[in-house]
Write a new protein. Structure first.
Length: 292
């Protein structure tokens, strides 16, 4: 990755987000998708979403990462805003899955935008599209890059807990498992690497990396692939807690400690220096280095 072009990775990331969103839906509803889908039916819809995003993200930039991540997780399962649906007795949903709970953030932003839009354009703009607009506006807020969103998706009424398990990539996946997971969605290896650039912003719970720091395997208590200086930094942020088999469940650490509130390519620079926070990211980067 060329460090002299800090926005290259972000632009590619955005393209991949659009591609992911569109490909997942094209088989069943491609004829309705277009840029400016609501310009006649509800012309202020995108502006309302942008306002709903900008105010809270200005106070807490990390919320933008939550909205981008929510959009990705929704796309990777059903696309129909199934991640926004609440559980019913005996019917667990995606929102309650460990991949989304308690880490998913930004539901209140989508709710606020939906309420305001419903007041002027009742039953017109889907939550699925509101989420897509919110992710786009989050990218612009922290990366200063804009892109058009293909809109026209309708909301679904089904959300299944097990589908999150079956579809979402896991932080413990090795390179081959990650590649296979993205391939099932029609995404190439290059697009997978690009999409991971969203980890340039946001947080991770210490429990997600505790095994890398304190219980990696029988031979190495700590993952030997981690840069020693970075490992020492992480140990301070996520001190060992026997009750949680490592870092405390309520503690968090930045995914990118260099430019934590900017969507840029410093995430990739960190990976090249063995300073990737998540196992899946570092393994994938190492695999790419070997094969390049």
């Amino acid at each position: 990755m060329n460090s002299n072009t800090p926005k290259l990775a972000v632009f590619a990331l955005i393209s991949c987000m659009i591609f992911t969103f569109s490909v997942s839906f094209v088989a069943s509803n491609s004829a309705t998708l277009k840029v400016g889908f609501y310009w006649k039916a509800c012309p202020s819809a995108e502006a309302i979403v942008r306002k709903a995003v900008n105010k809270p993200v200005a106070r807490n930039p990390g919320l933008a990462a939550g909205l981008i991540r929510m959009h990705f997780h929704d796309c990777f399962v059903r696309v129909y805003a199934s991640l926004l649906l609440d559980s019913k007795p005996g019917k667990p949903v995606e929102k309650g899955h460990p991949s989304n709970n308690p880490s998913s953030r930004g539901f209140e932003v989508i709710d606020e935008a939906k309420v305001e839009i419903e007041a002027i354009c009742s039953r017109t703009v889907s939550c699925s599209n509101i989420l897509a607009f919110a992710a786009r506006d989050s990218v612009f807020k922290l990366g200063r890059i804009n892109y058009a969103v293909l809109a026209g998706h309708r909301d679904g009424i089904v959300s299944l807990f097990d589908e999150a398990t079956q579809n979402l990539p896991r932080r413990t996946f090795n390179a081959l498992q990650l590649e296979a997971n993205f391939a099932r969605k029609g995404l190439s290896l290059d697009e997978m690497v690009t999409l991971s650039g969203a980890h340039s912003i946001g947080l991770s719970h210490c429990t997600s990396i505790s095994n890398r720091l304190y219980s990696f395997n029988a031979t190495h208590p700590q993952d030997p692939s981690i840069d020693p200086v970075y490992a020492a930094f992480l140990e301070k942020k996520c001190p060992y807690r026997p009750s949680t088999n490592g870092g405390g469940s309520d503690l968090t650490v930045d995914l990118d400690v260099v430019t934590r509130q900017s969507l840029d390519n410093k995430y990739y620079v960190g990976l090249k220096s063995s300073r990737g926070l998540l196992t899946s990211d570092q393994i994938n980067a190492d695999e790419q280095s070997v094969n390049s």
